[in-house]
Design a protein around this ligand. Structure first.
Ligand code: URA
Length: 209
């Protein structure tokens, strides 16, 4: 079973409170989401494997560590996931970025993928899917389906705020992936918003309504 972890570093929690506030405007919201994403990238990369490498310092040759694992792909779920990409790239600048676009069918309420653009060789890469809100879990499950269908094996899902309903659905559908959140909130309301949440993350990031 993959892990489910709340990343409760004080800086992450402090910054999350800033963006929960309805008074936080677009510019600050966007900046702080990126800051949180950067801090979360630090936490979720803790288990990256290292290997020994020889390095010649100005003083002598020594053995030191370097990252040994799979190359990282950051995968934002459009559109709100875009808000977390730059923060992660600050820490992992060599990562590639794949995009997944999904829309929700108005009648069935089921998500459908309309755009997937990934680097090749997903089986040899570490995928980090990002979406600020894990609400029903529908789009997260479809995003993982889409990556697995294309050969991905090592997948992490990183969100800011999760609803218990979404965590349960995602972990039941894909027990093998690791799920990280900055907060586990109370519930989903009848309109599909996370309570207390932070509202519509996409609208708040992009200044739309
Ligand atoms: N998506 C959002 O942007 N906010 C929610 O509360 C739920 C889903």
């Amino acid at each position: 079973m993959g892990k489910f972890e709340i990343l409760n570093h004080p800086l992450i929690q402090h910054k999350l409170t800033i963006i929960r506030n309805e008074e936080c405007g677009t510019r600050e919201f966007r900046q702080v989401v990126n800051e949180i994403a950067e801090l979360m990238a630090y936490e979720v990369s803790r288990d990256m494997p290292l290997e020994d490498v020889e390095v010649k310092t100005p003083v002598e040759t020594t053995t030191a560590k370097q990252l040994a694992g799979k190359k990282v792909v950051v995968v934002p779920i459009l559109r709100a996931g875009l808000g977390m990409v730059d923060g992660i790239l600050e820490l992992i600048p060599a990562a590639k970025v794949g995009h997944i676009g999904m829309y929700r069918d108005e009648e069935t309420l089921q998500p459908h993928e309309y755009f997937v653009k990934m680097p090749d060789d997903l089986g040899n890469r570490e995928m980090i899917i990002v979406d600020p809100m894990l609400a029903t879990g529908g789009s997260a499950i479809m995003a993982v389906d889409a990556l697995k269908k294309r050969g991905a094996q090592a997948i992490k899902f990183v969100c800011l705020v999760a609803a218990p309903e979404g965590v349960k659905a995602l972990r039941e559908a894909h027990p093998d992936i690791d799920v990280y959140a900055a907060a586990l909130d109370d519930h989903l309301n009848e309109d599909g918003y996370i309570v207390p949440g932070l509202g519509d993350a996409g609208d708040r990031l992009f200044g739309t309504k």
